[in-house]
Design a protein around this ligand. Structure first.
Ligand SMILES: Cc1cc2nc3c(=O)[nH]c(=O)nc-3n(C[C@H](O)[C@H](O)[C@H](O)COP(=O)(O)OP(=O)(O)OC[C@H]3O[C@@H](n4cnc5c(N)ncnc54)[C@H](O)[C@@H]3O)c2cc1C
Length: 459
């Protein structure tokens, strides 16, 4: 029995920092079959428990081991509408793979890589559309088109309900399309999986801002139920001097300009963005890694991640941190920005920082970073990207009657994704705050079941 998984082929760092093409290239058929044959096919598989959408992991892996790749993809699609996306961006190492029995003695099965392999195989060969039962005549409005909304829409459509997605932006996919960069998640992959959902009969209306074009209360007069999957797209800032200088971006704005508005395809797309030579990115989550790696690909000579805690506290996936290091991104840990200095034209000139040390745990249970006086220093920079988190936008809470919200516009729900308002359900980042693709999808699945039960009681 092999204890190690085959390496994932990927573009070399020296090459990939000059392009936006996908970094990880995916398993070949041979690699996928070798890896699938390492699976022990446990009688009581623990891996399934680690998956928020409950994929029958041993079953889809067995199909790969038997070289029945089509059956493997169908098995995945039974419970996961977005397998090619999840196979690329899910933090499997802390979810399904951490539960794998093989992980006790060697490397756990590369569940994510195998998921990606089977899903890509199907996308290449042509996706099978399942038969849809006769219409139930119930109509559900789904706000937003991120992973929570796409999942709820697909699951409801598959049981015969009519679904209309209302999306504020001009393209569907939420963070998958406007946030996560092309080199981690090609937009063609997102479009193909969104296309599958359209083929299930889901209508998608773009440029539709709920709270402006129609309120949730108005939607309730046209639809039998409403699902809120509007995410957490409002950026947080540091609140320090100089944050309004030219050349300071929130990570959301920076990544939207690069990805959705295609700044990286200059001169085909003349999207205004400052292409910095020396870029400072504040934060250490996936968003910060993505912003730093995009800045590098836009032509920066020096990109520095500044983070007030240490290596162990960084929240980005280990793989993304490693990719950033391999590409030459500098990490200044236990360092906090205090002032952003500007030049005579109000463009960023440098970021003043102070060294930190970790003290006693704070209310979140993590060690509290404390400044060390006398350690102030400046990092020269012409662009600063702030990637320290996001919260839900206040638009929907402020335009909906009797919708209970908690701090920072979070919409609380019960375990069935029901909000305080009759007929209105919610899931994903708008309920949890910034989390993960798969947790948003897990909420979408729970909400679909709850909405179905709710609709059936309306009869
Ligand atoms: C840069 C970045 C990288 C990330 N990397 C990873 C990763 O590697 N792995 C991982 O698991 N997670 C990652 N995440 C987190 C993950 O993408 C989110 O947790 C997930 O997308 C949340 O899904 P959602 O459906 O709740 O909302 P979103 O994906 O945020 O989608 C919400 C949608 O609602 C729309 N909307 C908002 N308000 C309205 C309105 N009033 N009317 C109509 N539409 C509206 C928005 O335009 C958006 O399209 C990353 C996030 C970012 C920003």
């Amino acid at each position: 029995m092999l204890v190690k998984r085959p390496e994932m082929p990927e573009q070399r760092p020296e090459e990939r920092i000059h392009n936006f093409n996908e970094v990880a290239l995916g398993y070949t058929e041979e690699q996928a079959v070798i890896e699938a044959n390492r699976c022990l096919q446990c009688k009581k598989p623990q891996c399934i428990k680690g998956c928020p959408v409950g994929i029958d992991i041993p079953a889809f892996i067995k199909n790969i081991a038997e070289r029945d790749f089509e059956a493997s993809a169908s098995e995945l699609k039974r419970t996961n509408t977005l397998p090619a996306i999840c196979g690329r961006v899910c933090p499997q190492e802390t979810q399904c793979e951490i539960e794998c029995t093989l992980g006790k003695k060697g490397e756990p099965i590369a569940i994510g890589r195998l998921e990606r392999f089977a899903a890509d195989y199907e996308l290449e060969k042509g996706v099978q559309i399942p038969e849809i039962p006769a219409s139930t005549r119930y109509h559900v409005a789904v706000v937003g088109s991120g992973p929570a909304s796409l999942t709820v829409a697909a699951d409801l459509a598959r049981i015969g309900h009519s679904v209309t997605i209302l999306e504020a932006l001009h393209e569907a996919g939420g963070v998958l399309i406007y946030g996560i960069p092309e080199f981690r998640l090609p937009k063609e992959i997102v479009r193909s999986e969104v296309d599958f959902i359209k083929k299930l009969g889901v209508e998608i209306r773009l440029n539709f801002v709920v709270g402006k074009l129609r309120s949730v209360d108005e939607l309730l007069t046209e639809y039998d139920a409403v699902f809120l999957g509007s995410g957490a797209g409002l950026p947080s800032f540091l609140g320090i001097e100089g944050e309004n200088l030219n050349g300071v971006y929130s990570a959301n704005e920076f990544l939207t300009r690069v990805n959705l508005m295609k700044a990286y395809r200059f001169p085909d797309y003349d999207t205004p963005i400052k292409k910095g030579k020396r870029v400072v990115v504040v934060g250490a989550g996936n968003v910060a890694m993505d912003a730093a790696r995009c800045a590098l690909r836009l032509g920066a000579e020096n990109v520095t991640i500044v983070y007030r805690r240490g290596e162990d506290e960084m929240t980005a996936r280990i793989e993304e941190i490693q990719h950033a290091k391999d590409e030459g991104i500098h990490f200044k840990l236990l360092t906090n920005p205090t002032i952003i200095h500007g030049d005579e034209n109000n463009w960023v000139k440098s970021v003043e920082c102070i060294k930190m040390r970790l003290g006693e745990p704070d209310e979140s249970g993590r060690a509290r970073p404390e400044p060390i006086s006398g350690t102030e220093h400046e990092i020269p920079a012409d662009v600063a990207v702030i990637a320290i988190g996001t919260t839900p936008n206040p638009l929907i809470p402020s335009t909906t009657k009797d919708l209970q919200t908690s701090k920072r516009n979070i919409i609380p729900t019960d375990a069935e994704c029901r909000t305080s308002k009759e007929g209105v359900f919610a899931g994903g980042d708008v309920v949890t705050g910034s989390a993960t693709v798969i947790s948003a999808m897990g909420a979408g699945k729970i909400a679909a079941r709850a909405i179905d039960q709710y609709l059936r009681r309306l009869r």
